[in-house]
Design a protein around this ligand. Structure first.
Ligand SMILES: *Cc1c(COP(=O)(O)O)cnc(C)c1O
Length: 236
């Protein structure tokens, strides 16, 4: 288990402030308000002590990748955070996540929609469709041509699975400007579908941008950025 020293706590607080400032700056540059962007921390890098440090630094939103870790960490911090699920979700694990998180970022098949609909609590659940914009084989997510099939499957669940928008993972590149097109494309997909689907879903959320590229993602319309390494690694 990673032990978090006082020094690390100070570092996390400082880095959290730094990310907040860059989000505000990027929002401002694109004519948006900083409050339009939520700052989610990817909790996979943190053991309980680190998670306490995140709470102390004012972080309110955590996203976990693995169901077992979600259950374990959520139990330790039931009240401190809003929890999301951001990792790849296998159908057989759907029941463990449904009802436990405010938002699942990684719905990537009609079959998963159907499974979540069976497992969702009475008032239903909210999810994002994960889109593989770059077409990299190593990335999860549906191709753009499959997005509407997932929306249709969700519309057929009678409100059990409500699509709130889209998420994507950009390829890892040295210069974040090289993946600006990924974020722009996801936003364009959303914009194209938004009016037609408005009777069913409010597609307002775009979960995109990680440590190395979140400023560019904010400029392209991200409403949730998912930050991990930027808070703990050596400054780059
Ligand atoms: C780990 C992870 C992140 C954060 O990545 P960093 O590059 O460490 O900021 C964001 N999204 C998902 C789905 C992740 O698994």
């Amino acid at each position: 288990m990673m032990s978090v020293s006082l020094q690390t706590k100070g570092l996390i607080r400082e880095r959290v402030e730094g990310v907040r400032e860059r989000i505000a700056e990027a929002a401002g540059e694109s004519g948006r308000r900083p409050e339009e962007v939520r700052f989610l921390v990817a909790s996979k890098y943190y053991e309980p002590e680190g998670i306490s440090a995140l709470a102390e630094a004012g972080i309110e939103l955590l996203g976990e990748n693995k169901t077992e870790d979600l259950l374990r960490k959520q139990e330790l911090f039931p009240e401190a955070f809003e929890w999301h699920f951001i990792g790849h979700l296998q159908r057989r694990k759907a029941k463990e996540v449904a009802g436990r998180v405010a938002l699942v970022h990684s719905v990537d098949s009609t079959k998963l929609v159907e499974e979540l609909a069976k497992r969702a609590p009475g008032d239903g659940m909210e999810v994002l469709v994960q889109v593989n914009v770059s077409g990299e084989e190593s990335k999860y997510g549906v191709g753009e041509e499959e997005v509407e099939a997932v929306l249709e499957a969700a519309a057929g669940t009678g409100g059990k699975v409500r699509i709130r928008g889209f998420s994507t993972l950009a390829p890892l590149v040295a210069d974040p400007e090289d993946v600006r097109y990924v974020f722009a494309k996801l936003r364009a997909t959303r914009d194209r579908l938004r009016a037609g689907w408005a009777p069913h879903f409010d597609l307002s959320e775009l979960s995109m941008g990680m440590s190395n590229d979140y400023a560019v993602a904010v400029k392209e319309g991200a409403t949730i950025v998912r930050i991990g390494r930027a808070l703990i690694e050596e400054a780059r």
